[in-house]
Design a binder for this molecule. Structure first.
Ligand code: CO
Ligand code: CO
Ligand code: CO
Length: 323
């Protein structure tokens, strides 16, 4: 069994659509045209990843907003999705989650219009977000071309770190840069992708770096060659994964990509870091090689750390190697 995926669920089911639907199920967000404007719509919600409710609210919000940025669009408004049980959880805890959400939405200049709460044993929090595509333009996962470079804007290894916290192997305050990166909006990364005229763009979340790379490869009908040594990884997650501490999702994601992945000497723990599910990960995009100078300059102007992790090739699926 691979990871849960809405695209698989709706296969063979006849869905209503209309001529205003520019992009339906299958990309980071749906795209809909109305009144001369083009809008994106997306929803994402997650279970708690940290013990701190404020951080959970803020990170979950950044995670939900991310799909809008992955489309190269601007978020406008949002609805909250809240699952919690008020016998198990104090209302004050949930207020902290909402405070974290409110701060992130203010930073993203996005209005909260409402939401819905439901009684739920396992707490969940997230947002449905609506955004606008300026000049009607947006990114998809289709369009990567052989020769393009592959960019990533945040490190991976978050799933391993949060698993380590749950198992008491590492303390929340010892996970280094990870919290700061998860809190970071992908707004600047999105501006960078636009500046270099990204040919395909997505964000790295639940399917892990390789799962989302595979989505680009499949939709663009190319192969993504990824150099493990160039991929930014949270230092603390390396020692954890060598102790075999990783979430089940990392294996599910591995099973999803393995048949179409050529492995040139990448070890098991390295592969699992590349398939580790990410929360509020960075943007993953491909862009023309002749824009590499612009890429570096623009990233510096934006104050953004970025990594070129490989190159697009002819073929299909993925190739992973260590340089
Ligand atoms: Co996404
Ligand atoms: Co999403
Ligand atoms: Co309601």
């Amino acid at each position: 069994m691979g990871p849960a995926d809405l695209e698989k669920l709706i296969k063979g089911i006849d869905l209503y659509t209309d001529e205003r639907t520019l992009l339906g199920v299958g990309d980071d967000a749906g795209v809909y045209a109305y009144g001369g404007q083009v809008f994106v719509h997306t929803v994402d919600f997650i279970t708690p990843i940290l013990n701190d409710p404020y951080l959970w609210g803020a990170i979950s919000s950044a995670n939900s907003l991310s799909d809008v940025y992955a489309m190269g669009c601007k978020p406008l408004n949002a609805l909250a999705i809240v699952g919690f049980n008020n016998c198990d959880l104090e209302i004050d805890v949930l207020k902290e989650v909402m405070r974290g959400c409110a701060d992130k939405l203010r930073e993203a200049r996005t209005a909260l219009l409402g939401g819905h709460t439901i009684d739920d044993k396992e707490p969940k929090f997230g947002l449905a977000v609506m955004g606008v595509c300026e000049k009607g333009r947006y990114f998809t996962q289709e369009g990567a071309k052989p020769g393009d470079l592959i960019a990533l804007t945040k490190p991976v290894g978050v799933g391993v770190l949060t698993k380590g916290i749950k198992e008491g192997k590492i303390r929340e305050r010892d996970i280094g840069d990870a919290i700061g990166y998860m809190l970071m909006l992908n707004e600047k990364a999105s501006e960078l992708a636009k500046a270099v005229e990204a040919s395909a763009c997505t964000d790295v979340t639940g399917f892990g770096l390789l799962g989302h790379s595979m989505n680009i490869a499949t939709k663009s009908k190319v192969r993504l060659a990824i150099d493990f040594s160039k991929v930014p990884i949270y230092e603390e997650s390396v020692s954890l994964i060598k102790q075999k501490i990783y979430p089940k999702g990392a294996l599910d994601n591995y099973n999803f990509v393995k048949d179409k992945t050529i492995n040139e000497g990448v070890e098991w723990w390295q592969i699992l870091l590349l398939t580790d599910p990410v929360t509020s990960g960075g943007l993953l995009f491909t862009f023309p090689e002749d824009k590499e100078e612009t890429f570096k300059k623009e990233a510096e102007n934006l104050g953004l750390r970025v990594w070129v992790i490989g190159k697009v090739e002819e073929g299909e699926g993925l190739r992973v190697y260590v340089s």
